[in-house]
Design a protein around this ligand. Structure first.
Ligand SMILES: Nc1nc2c(ncn2[C@@H]2O[C@H](COP(=O)(O)OP(=O)(O)O)[C@@H](O)[C@H]2O)c(=O)[nH]1
Ligand SMILES: [Mg+2]
Length: 321
């Protein structure tokens, strides 16, 4: 069911292959809910008990308590109206409740060419997938005909700079870097000037995910944001949090901290191919209301796509007829 189409930009041609890979990799093949839902209605009948059980299933799938409550409230109304006569009706009702949560955050990133450069500040804890996502985005933007530059703002670890440079070489994208230990705000400032001078369309700025302590990290990121804003008051045009879905509810806690400190404008959720339950996307959507731009389902450059509520709901719940 691809009823309601997302407003994807014309530049985003989504390969069909991604959707089947998403279905395959999310929860490793069989959709956890479709599999388990059959057990909710042993005699084919849906009642209060079925909904109570569904409630625990959702909580266990990282959907979180308040988001689960929101979805269940919808289903209980349907049950009261006798609209949940069989398993298919339950699946359809569940999908519509899920879409209601996801659709408001399925807002694709819009790179306006007027901003020169369009600055994307990537933030997130160590290992979330920031540098990998930068590599994937660099390739995507280049394929769209945009010129790209990378700023090695994770100066905390020497390996981080090398990892970014490797992505840059692979994609033939210039990387602005200094030695490790350099002031990240200065590195990104230099990169901004170089990008401006060369008429680069998109500047992707990497940052560290760990410092001596969390407050130190947030202060540093806020400083980077200020320094960029002094060059161009509309920049950074995107503060993108990269979140590892396999962190479950922990990812939600991280997201709230980053949002409070920096004012996020977009989120990319990675590693939906691993042990992640996928329900975390519902929790993020319901709690933060920050647009989810992309989802990652693997380490390769094409293992990332624009987030689509309909495709994700299908992958999560299985197709309903
Ligand atoms: N399975 C999987 N691995 C990923 C994904 N995104 C990133 N990774 C891996 O996660 C690890 C950490 O990624 P990295 O980009 O270095 O994270 P950073 O510390 O936030 O910059 C690397 O081994 C990546 O290859 C994804 O969507 N799926
Ligand atoms: Mg990194």
């Amino acid at each position: 069911m691809f009823g309601k189409k997302q407003a994807t930009s014309s530049q985003d041609k989504k390969p069909r292959g991604f959707i089947s890979r998403l279905r395959e990799r999310l929860n490793r093949g069989d959709s956890w809910l479709t599999y388990d839902l059959a057990n909710l209605a042993p005699g084919g009948k849906i009642d209060e008990d079925s909904l109570d059980e569904l409630e625990s299933l959702l909580v266990m799938a990282d959907v979180g308590i308040d988001t689960t409550e929101r979805i269940l409230a919808q289903l209980r109304k349907r049950l009261a109206r006798k609209e949940l006569g069989n398993l298919d009706a339950l699946k359809a009702g569940l999908k519509s409740a899920v879409l209601e949560v996801l659709e408001p955050v399925a807002v694709p990133l819009d790179i306006s060419k007027q901003a020169e450069p369009f600055v994307i500040l990537m933030v997130g804890v160590n290992g979330a997938g920031k540098t990998t996502t930068i590599g994937k985005l660099a390739k995507r933007f280049q394929d769209q005909g945009l010129s790209v530059m990378l700023a090695a703002g994770d100066t905390f670890r020497a390996a981080a700079v090398e990892q970014l440079q490797a992505w840059g070489e692979r994609n033939k994208v210039p990387v602005v870097a200094q030695q490790s230990g350099a002031d990240p705000a200065a590195v990104i400032f230099d990169a901004w000037q170089a990008a401006r001078a060369r008429g680069i369309n998109v500047l992707l700025a990497d940052t560290a995910g760990r410092l001596q302590n969390q407050q130190g990290l947030m202060d540093e990121l806020a400083k980077i944001k200020r320094v960029i804003g002094k060059q161009d008051s509309s920049a950074p045009h995107e503060v993108m949090l990269v979140l590892d879905a396999s962190q479950g509810q922990n990812a939600l806690v991280q997201a709230e901290k980053f949002h409070a400190a920096l004012g996020l404008t977009g989120i990319t959720v990675t590693k939906l191919d691993g042990s992640a339950k996928g329900g975390i996307l519902l929790a993020i959507a319901n709690r933060l209301k920050v647009p989810v731009r992309f989802i990652g389902i693997g380490e390769a450059a094409d293992d990332m796509e624009v987030f689509s509520a309909a495709d994700f709901a299908d992958a999560l719940l299985g197709k309903t007829s």
